[in-house]
Design a protein around this ligand. Structure first.
Ligand code: CMP
Length: 453
């Protein structure tokens, strides 16, 4: 663990210590790969960081050179993944074929706006929500405004926004996020609001183009969180504004960089993400690493204590979206509900100690909430999630692996969906028993969805 403390409390080493530098370079040259950086001591890491600040990237020092360069980019404080390309470079491209459902060509106006949203540069700062919506063809503007006016509701139709933007999910996602974060929640006052907008734009642009786990899913989970908090106003009121903002950004970024493959697949195939994170929630760990890297410019504007709290909350929320935590989360909640009952009290979301556990339940509930949405909204999400599963199944078949997700043409969709619904329903039902939390509407919708199958 010493190397970690070295990074946390890194005091500047004396870089004039020639022997230490010499020894470090000898050691670097001998290291076989990047993961061997764990073999460096705290002093060596501090020395390396200091050297990186003053050393040209292309310096030569034998076999350790490549490692040196890669470590530099890992440790560099201002490393800034601007778009999905940077994420793909760092973590790998999705091997899934491009999504034909996203192939409709947007109009030139939309293309220009999309580029501005991706670049998130100064031009982007000039684009207001109003300009965003005015770039939509006139006849669709009304639809867009009507759809966005329901952004605070659980039954919000995200697809109406996508259709208004002629299928451009990046712009639709941007409009939804703006409507929630800057309009409804009003996080736009103050000198840091331009940084917040840039962080949002970069997060959206750092999603890969896969059928389901793309930027629209991130925006959808953010909207669902906003709506779920609206359904539970006393819990919403009990939360500090900073906590709400971090929670919304965590929702937005919770699947950033997703390659459209499951953790199981990554582990079974020895994917570099599984290797990097020792098979432990590789996707969620990656999402958290990318998200927090992108959020740095904004987080740095907050006081140090707040930064620490925001990081911890963000990481906790993202790791809580791993499906393998699902049963454990319900079990822990049932235990807390039972304990409170024994004491003759209620487990109350508004108690400060329960804020984070309840937000973890909320983000997970939002992530699996599509069966709790209106039928038409849910069905479109279902087509996309199935398409993503099928593509993974195709890859598994190609590689002679046992199928771990439903295969194309071999799935009884109704049966599979009813299975998924009976898996997620207990989460909503248990959460509904928390004082200050209202899950009645999502539960009624889940039951209505199940009846339709
Ligand atoms: P992930 O985003 O990792 O975590 C939540 C999971 O729920 C998601 O991956 C999908 O695997 C799954 N999921 C979401 N919606 C559906 C759906 N309609 N049918 C089946 N699985 C789903």
């Amino acid at each position: 663990m010493e190397y970690l403390y070295g990074l946390l409390f890194g005091t500047e080493p004396d870089t004039t210590d020639v022997d230490a530098r010499h020894a470090l370079h000898a050691k670097l040259d001998a290291l076989p790969d990047r993961d061997a950086q764990i073999a460096l001591t705290a002093d060596e890491l501090r020395l390396l960081k200091a050297e990186m600040r003053g050393t040209p990237l292309k310096r030569q020092h034998g076999g350790g050179d490549e490692l040196f360069v890669r470590m530099r980019s890992d440790l560099e404080e201002d490393h800034d993944a601007k778009t999905a390309d940077a994420v793909v470079d760092a973590y790998g491209a999705s091997p899934l074929k491009p999504n034909p459902l996203a192939k409709r060509r947007p109009s030139p106006d939309l293309l220009q706006l999309r580029k501005a949203v991706q670049d998130a540069g100064p031009l982007h700062d000039l684009i207001s929500e109003r300009q965003l919506s005015s770039s939509v063809p006139k006849e669709r503007r009304r639809t867009l405004e009507t759809a966005l006016s329901a952004v605070g509701e659980w039954g919000f139709d995200v697809w109406a926004v996508v259709d208004a933007f002629q299928g451009d999910t990046l712009l639709a996602a941007r409009a939804v996020v703006d409507a929630v974060v800057f309009e409804a929640r009003g996080f736009r006052a103050g000198s840091t609001s331009h940084l917040l907008r840039q962080v949002v734009a970069k997060m959206l642009a750092s999603y890969q183009d896969v059928p389901y786990h793309n930027c629209l899913h991130g925006a959808d989970v953010l909207q669902a969180m906003h709506a779920l908090l609206n359904l539970s106003p006393s819990f919403d009121d009990a939360l500090d504004d900073d906590v709400v903002l971090v929670t919304l950004l965590a929702c937005l970024s919770h699947d950033v960089g997703h390659p459209g493959l499951t953790n199981n697949f990554l582990v079974e195939t020895g994917h570099k993400l599984a290797i990097r994170y020792n098979d432990a929630s590789p996707l969620e760990n990656m999402h958290a690493a990318v998200a927090l890297n992108l959020a740095k410019p904004y987080l740095r504007t907050r006081p140090p204590e707040e930064q620490k709290g925001a990081r911890a909350l963000w990481i906790g929320l993202l790791l809580a979206t791993d499906m393998k935590e699902h049963s454990h989360q319900i079990y822990e909640l049932e235990r807390s509900l039972a304990k409170a009952k024994e004491r003759g009290t209620k487990y109350d979301a508004c108690a400060p100690a329960h804020h984070v556990p309840c937000l973890k339940l909320f983000i997970h509930a939002c992530d699996v909430s599509n069966p709790a949405k209106p039928w038409a909204v849910y069905r479109r999400w279902t087509s996309l999630v199935m398409e993503e599963f099928w593509r993974q199944a195709d890859l598994e078949r190609e590689r002679g692996l046992p199928l771990t997700v439903p295969g194309r043409g071999a799935t009884d969709l109704a049966k599979f969906q009813l299975g998924f619904i009976s898996f997620v329903r207990p989460l909503f039902a248990a959460a509904d028993r928390i004082a200050g939390v209202e899950m009645g509407l999502p539960l009624r919708r889940i039951d209505a969805t199940a009846r339709r199958w």
